[in-house]
Design a protein around this ligand. Structure first.
Ligand SMILES: O=C(O)CCC(=O)C(=O)O
Ligand SMILES: [Fe+2]
Length: 368
């Protein structure tokens, strides 16, 4: 299975066909590239520039805005994206921005960001608008009835101004010196084949994520090849496949909220960031390994993610759609989000979007 590339200019010309393509990708692999996504390249370049300047500041400076309530700076080893399997936190640093609206922020920002608030706000809003169009395409493909506001059903529940987990995140994976000899790097997480895990395996927490990668690849996604038939007895083994940088494309993926909301029809696919050394590059198992995915351990890597969340008080009862009604729920998804009943069995919970995010953050920053 490979990650499809969808031309989003089709959404204007024929929203039904385009929505069908997006639905198909979301049901199978949970990831897709979008070209002609409408976010200006200059704005993306400016964001990467500011990100580099920020991460170049001294550690002392950066720690002045240490992460609080999912906003601010998180240093190397501070976040553990795969708490069940990781001993140490991720070898990466990030900065999370909460809502930026009309020049106002919900958090105290470093001077560098205060000076560039217009860029940050434009970028956040451009990402959010793209998410709204993708959410429209889901509503179209799921045939949400007009009586439930049709293609605006999701959008009504993801208002930019409302209280939600929406987060813009910049990430930096610093170069690791001496990693080939393994000197002094015992704290860095390694995978089964000795590959260096820079961001632990995880699925995203929100509805949708937009990911921007620059120059250096390393993202891998866990494909289970189950061809979308909701058949729990398939005997294929999951495989890591590479999600390389494709020029002029952004990468979109489905998060846990949307998976749960759709009863598991849409897949919130596990992914990670891995740096491979030249020695093990040969076993890269993917269809597109001719794209920028080699020897990435001796460069710094920068990426940007926009996590689009439903508003905090939105309940995650199944989406009002005949397609969802008729879909047999994949109860394995309850393990990620479900509650235990009095017999200790997982059940579909009455969680809201806000409850779910709170739970996820508690586990990933424990023992930071
Ligand atoms: O840096 C990347 O490419 C991916 C980061 C990621 O998956 C995340 O922050 O959720
Ligand atoms: Fe992620």
């Amino acid at each position: 299975m490979s990650i499809p590339i969808i031309d989003f200019s089709l959404f204007e010309e024929n929203s039904i066909i385009c929505s069908e393509q997006i639905k198909e990708a979301s049901k199978t692999i949970g990831f897709f590239y979008l070209k002609n996504h409408g976010i200006k390249q200059e704005l993306i370049d400016e964001m990467f520039e500011k990100s580099e300047s920020y991460f170049n500041l001294s550690q002392e400076e950066k720690l002045k805005h240490n992460m609080k309530e999912n906003n601010g700076y998180s240093a190397i080893y501070q976040e553990k994206l795969d708490p069940q399997n990781q001993i140490n936190g991720d070898f990466k640093e990030v900065f999370n921005f909460g809502k930026i609206h009309n020049g106002k922020t919900s958090q105290e920002l470093p001077q560098l960001f205060k000076d560039n608030l217009i860029i940050l706000e434009s970028f956040s809003k451009a990402c959010h608008s793209l998410c709204m169009k993708i959410l429209q395409s889901f509503a179209i493909a799921l045939k949400i009835p007009q009586s439930s506001r049709g293609k605006y059903w999701f959008e009504d529940r993801h208002r930019y101004e409302a209280q939600s987990g929406n987060t813009l995140r910049i990430l930096h994976y610093p170069i690791i010196i001496n990693n080939e000899n393994n000197n002094n790097n015992d704290d860095i997480n390694k995978g089964e084949e000795g590959e260096i895990i820079r961001a632990g395996s995880h699925s995203d927490y929100g509805s949708l994520t937009i990911l921007f990668q620059k120059d250096i690849g390393g993202l891998e996604i866990l494909s289970n090849n189950n061809n979308n038939n909701n058949n729990n007895n398939n005997n294929s083994t999951p495989q890591w496949i590479s999600a390389p940088i494709i020029p002029n494309c952004v990468l979109i993926n489905i998060g846990d909220l949307l998976e749960f909301w759709s009863k598991g029809l849409f897949k919130s696919t596990i992914h990670r960031v891995v740096f491979r050394t030249s020695k093990d590059a040969s076993f890269l198992n993917n269809n597109n390994n001719n794209h920028h995915h080699h020897n990435n351990h001796n460069h710094d890597r920068y990426s940007i993610a926009y996590f689009c969340h439903a508003e905090d008080d939105v309940s995650l009862n199944p989406i009002p759609s005949k397609i969802i009604d008729e879909f047999e729920e994949d109860i394995r998804i309850w393990n990620k989000i479900g509650e235990e009943d009095k017999y200790g069995k997982k059940t579909r919970t009455k969680m809201t979007a806000g409850d779910h995010l709170k739970y996820k953050l508690e586990v990933s920053y424990k023992n930071g």
